[in-house]
Write a protein that binds this ligand. Structure first.
Ligand code: ATP
Ligand code: MN
Length: 149
């Protein structure tokens, strides 16, 4: 029984396509949706070294800017849910996309994750994007549905 679906999005066209698919399925199943966007801290801080105190004042505005953008594209998906009378909520975190997506899926006990095969990256040659690859290789029992770009 699928009653709760997690829909991670980076605001890309591929993620948008996956979200439309997810809302359509949720409508048919009368399931609720969690729309999730992770502000990828790796993109603007050191990957392994935490940001130095001296650079934090430079990072904060970048994070705010990315959060505002995420509010817009997650909000659009929420509107689509509202239009279809699908119950939904938005979660925006800042961290590592794979870790945060899987953590939320487990925490909220979703029955399904629906995401794009690809995202924002221009490296379209890869079979799968790294966030998708990471999520499907995490050791959880939660099914993942990939929508091809
Ligand atoms: P890569 O980032 O590895 O260069 P890519 O951008 O083409 O490649 P992914 O990042 O794996 O591919 O994106 C695939 C899907 O993962 C997206 O369609 C979206 O559903 C989800 N996703 C990617 N990044 C995020 C994020 N920061 N927050 C939430 N969901 C994300
Ligand atoms: Mn990506």
């Amino acid at each position: 029984m699928i009653s709760k679906i997690l829909v991670p999005t980076d605001g890309s066209k591929a993620a948008q396509k996956a979200a439309i698919y997810a809302v359509d399925l949720a409508t048919q199943l009368k399931a609720s949706v969690i729309v999730m966007s992770v502000i990828d801290k790796r993109s603007f801080t050191g990957q392994t070294v935490p940001a130095a105190k001296t650079t934090r004042h430079l990072i904060a505005p970048v994070e705010d800017y990315l959060r505002e953008a995420a509010e817009v594209y997650t909000g659009e998906i929420k509107k689509l849910c509202d239009k279809n009378a699908v119950q939904s909520k938005i979660i925006i975190t800042a961290g590592h996309p794979v870790e945060d997506i899987v953590k939320e899926a487990v925490r909220a006990k979703v029955n399904l994750i629906i995401m794009g095969s690809h995202g924002k990256s221009a490296l379209a040659a890869a079979v799968l994007g790294s966030v998708t690859y990471g999520v499907i290789h995490k050791d959880t029992k939660i099914p993942v549905l990939l929508v091809r770009k």
